[in-house]
Write a protein that binds this ligand. Structure first.
Ligand code: FAD
Length: 386
């Protein structure tokens, strides 16, 4: 189905829009979120704050609504405002945001109606288990979930090692390899994308081993044992055309995290400039230089955000490059913030050392820098040989 043909199915008109939305998000980030960022890093899941962000419209700005087509630029800027203060919460915004994208783009009336409305309001919450499929499509690893066709749907088995923003009644988008989907002599495979509801039979959430940060992201290993997926849960069958449509949006939305964590790092450098500028001037990656790079990257992302559903390989390559630049800038900015702040930034309660770990996460979450570079190299090779 063409994106333009999809019914507009985000019924609630958000409380705020445009600059008013960003101002409200900024106030929430600077107030209650800033006070809890350290606790979130250590394991406190901020469900109430995520629901407040949902109520503001910060996690549905990218969705088409009666007010008009989705605004990806606004969604990314809202995520950046949150990530500037707390990378973990910014990441959970992304989880909720892409899950909303899956629901709306599914074109399945069982998912685009009340389910999407609840999701937009933050009454329903969810995430995405697509790291493994994205790596599988890039030839990095095998698909971990297997779907066996049965009358009326599929039975799915397997497990995903980590999926965030989950809880007993939450859900996530997932992809499984359909068994026996390829007849003898045919090449290729078929995959099924579905909404995995954590409270459905055959689904078990297991706690992950401790992470070095981002502990409040409600990240679980999800095991499926003879889990039945019916037509009401199907997001896309086959999944590949759907992934081709949403992959640019999926990746570009993550730039909100990168921009925010980098901006927070620059803020920390400027905070000590009056006192330590006399010696910090000898450091690399000074705040003005990083800010210029970040502004240029933000401009680039805002331009890409104008056409999130562009399926062309050229466009996707530009999105991958922006995401890789964002991750690399984030690493450099967080590292430099630590150099600028010195021992203050090394204190366990300092946002500076927390941001170093958040920047590492931006660099390793799928698509990780190595994954991005592999895809960019593959696309460049394809273009040369075309
Ligand atoms: C805090 C956190 C939250 C995450 N949230 C999500 C999410 O919401 N959705 C999602 O799909 N993915 C999530 N991931 C996974 C993430 O996107 C990456 O896929 C993951 O970090 C591995 O990527 P990689 O490039 O290092 O994989 P590779 O280096 O290619 O590693 C290969 C595979 O080995 C597995 N592996 C390596 N070490 C271990 C280990 N000690 N235990 C178990 N498995 C291991 C990994 O799963 C990986 O897929 C999360 C990861 C973290 C750390």
């Amino acid at each position: 189905m063409n994106h333009a043909d999809l019914p507009v199915t985000s019924p609630e008109t958000p409380l705020c829009s445009g600059e008013a939305l960003l101002a409200a998000v900024r106030a929430l980030a600077a107030g209650p979120l800033a006070g809890r960022a350290e606790a979130i890093d250590r394991g406190a899941y901020p469900k109430d704050l995520l629901q407040e962000l949902a109520a503001l419209g910060a996690m549905s700005a990218h969705l088409d609504s009666p007010a008009g087509p989705g605004d990806y630029g606004l969604a990314i800027r809202a995520m950046a405002e949150v990530s500037r203060v707390c990378g973990a919460t910014g990441f959970m915004m992304w989880c909720q945001v892409v899950c909303g994208l899956y629901l709306q783009q599914s074109g399945n009336a069982a998912l685009t109606g009340a389910v999407l409305s609840r999701h937009v309001r933050g009454d329903g919450m969810g995430g995405t288990g697509l790291s493994n499929p994205m790596k599988s499509y890039a030839g990095i690893e095998e698909l971990l979930l297997k779907a066996t066709p049965v009358p009326g749907g599929y039975v799915v088995n397997g497990s995903l090692p980590w999926v965030s923003n989950l809880s007993g009644d939450h859900y996530c988008g997932a992809i499984a390899a359909v068994q026996g989907s390829v007849a003898e002599g045919e090449s290729g495979t078929r995959e099924l994308m579905f909404l995995l509801r954590c409270d459905n039979p055959g689904v078990t959430l297991r706690r992950c081993p401790g992470f070095s940060g981002m502990e409040g992201t409600a990240t679980f290993a999800v095991s499926l044992k003879n889990h039945v997926v019916g037509v009401k849960e199907i997001i896309a069958d086959p999944a590949r055309p759907f992934i081709a449509r949403i992959r640019a949006g999926f990746v570009m939305l993550q730039c909100g995290m990168a921009v925010g964590v980098a901006q927070g790092s620059i803020d920390s450098m400027l905070a000590v400039e009056a006192r330590l500028g006399h010696v910090n001037q000898f450091l690399d990656d000074r705040p003005a230089a990083l800010q210029a790079e970040l502004d240029a990257l933000t401009d680039c992302v805002m331009k890409l955000a104008l056409t999130p559903m562009d399926e062309s390989p050229v466009f996707f390559a530009r999105v991958l490059a922006a995401r890789a630049d964002g991750a690399e800038l984030c690493l450099r900015a967080a590292q430099s913030a630590l150099m600028h702040q010195g021992a203050r930034g090394y204190l366990m309660r300092s946002p500076v050392q927390r941001r170093v770990r958040e920047s590492h996460f931006v660099a390793i979450v799928t698509p990780a820098i190595k994954h991005l570079r592999k895809e960019i190299a593959r696309m460049a090779e394809e273009e040369t040989s075309a």
